[in-house]
Design a protein around this ligand. Structure first.
Ligand code: HEM
Length: 402
């Protein structure tokens, strides 16, 4: 059967020539996007890099499956030495392996950095691992090393094709010849890469926030030397409590956390919710999101402006009972001295902890706020094209009465 096959079949050629411009785009995007300061362009390029990378992974899996059921053409021309034959086999296996391993590492890097992938803003992909900042950095390095190993093999691959064509003249290039459409796609990818570099370095160069370097050099201002407030004896257990925020960029949700909270006031009797009062103060500088570059941007004046406003505050009184320990708090959220109403639905459990012989309170729930109402994200970020306006707050506070 193989003797009758003269060319690589139509599907094999499509797989091959579709992947060439896609891999080229991945290199241009990968090397370029990592150097940009945090901007809408950077987030958009990261999203496209991941989407194209996952597409390549899918294509490789199909291509491999197809490789096992289809017949490659019979080799023509002089017999190549056995070691060259072996080298070619190892090279091909290496290419397939890297084209599977690199995207998987990229996907893992994204998951461990806390960035969920929503393919082309349509298909949410599962997180392969939970957030782990240290491991994520190792994965970024492996991803980069893998990409350079791939580049090395690709250069070898092109060199081998030249040898086949010029020295052994065995018509291998003709058997995998690209069509005009393939050439057009390749030229398109090249032009898009050049266009991207010209646009973002000459036409619209990215501008780093001027105060970023200042923040980098300072310790994050810590307002919570003590976790105990003057008004209440309730102390927030900082180890088990957290205030998370989930922002969505290009349909992909990312969660960060404010690690340091203070229960400045608390008056709560489950039998008299109308007389309840709560004031929570958040240490804005305790923000953590996994990547230092993004954290510093978020603390800068265009975002939380932590140098001018170190804390954010939520105040509510007269809780509305919803039954089964659930309450609606119609309160006020103040960030950067801007106060806006915020409704928070909480499950509040007050109990006596027998082990520590103390009264404890646990409040869990969610609220949705608008970031633009507080000027969180100014300049290009005031638009909600890349980063959504709605931010989901997830509250999990555990406090112990002293
Ligand atoms: C064959 C497929 C891929 C190739 C050739 C490739 C190539 C690259 C390259 C060259 C870089 C720049 C490395 C650096 O300078 O630090 C990069 C970065 C990156 N890639 Fe890929 N990539 C591929 C697939 C993927 C996939 C599928 C994902 C995620 C789903 C992904 C996620 C990332 C991320 C998050 C970075 C930035 C790493 C960092 O933050 O330092 N990549 N990629």
């Amino acid at each position: 059967m193989q003797d009758q096959v003269k060319c690589y079949n139509w599907l094999s050629r499509q797989f091959h020539w579709l992947m060439v411009p896609l891999i080229l785009c991945l290199f241009v995007l990968g090397l370029f996007m990592t150097e940009l300061p945090v901007s809408e362009l950077k987030l958009t390029l990261y999203a496209w890099h991941k989407w194209i990378g996952i597409t390549v992974l899918a294509l490789v899996v199909f291509r491999l499956a197809w490789r096992f059921v289809s017949f490659p053409p019979k080799s023509e021309g002089p017999q190549v030495p056995a070691f060259i034959h072996l080298l070619a086999k190892v090279g091909h296996i290496g290419l397939y392996l890297l084209l599977i391993v690199i995207p998987l590492i990229g996907w893992l890097r994204s998951s461990t950095a806390g960035f969920e992938i929503v393919l082309f803003e349509v298909l949410p992909l599962p997180n392969l691992m939970s957030k782990d900042e240290a491991f994520s950095d190792v994965l970024a390095l492996l991803h980069k090393l893998g990409a350079f190993a791939l580049l090395f093999l690709l250069i070898g691959h092109i060199g081998a094709v030249v040898l086949h064509h010029k020295v052994w003249q065995d018509r291998i290039l003709q058997k995998m010849a690209p069509s005009f459409v393939h050439m057009g796609l390749l030229a398109g990818a090249l032009l898009a890469g050049i266009g991207l570099i010209v646009y973002s370095t000459v036409i619209n160069p990215p501008q780093a926030a001027p105060e970023l370097a200042e923040i980098q050099q300072q310790d994050k201002p810590g307002v919570f030397q003590t976790t105990k407030s003057a008004h209440t004896q309730w102390v927030v257990d900082q180890k088990t409590s957290k205030l998370e925020f989930t922002a969505t960029q290009k349909s992909s949700p990312t969660t960060g956390v404010f690690k340091s909270l203070l229960l400045n006031r608390l008056k709560f009797d489950p039998d008299a919710p109308a007389k309840a009062k709560v004031e929570v103060i958040v240490d804005v500088a305790s923000l953590s999101l996994g990547t230092q570059m993004i954290e510093q941007t978020l603390l800068s004046s265009s975002w939380f402006d932590v140098q001018a406003h170190q804390t954010a505050k939520f105040y509510a009184e007269a809780f509305e009972s919803l039954g089964a320990n659930k309450y609606r708090l119609n309160g006020t959220l103040t960030i950067k001295a801007i106060s806006k109403p915020l409704t928070v639905d909480l499950l509040i459990i007050k109990s006596n902890d027998e082990k520590i012989k103390k009264e404890t309170i646990k409040a869990t729930g969610k609220a949705i706020m608008s970031r633009t109402a507080y000027g969180i994200g100014q300049g290009e970020w005031a638009s909600t094209q890349v980063l959504d306006d709605e931010v989901t707050l997830t509250i999990d506070i555990h406090a112990i009465k002293q």
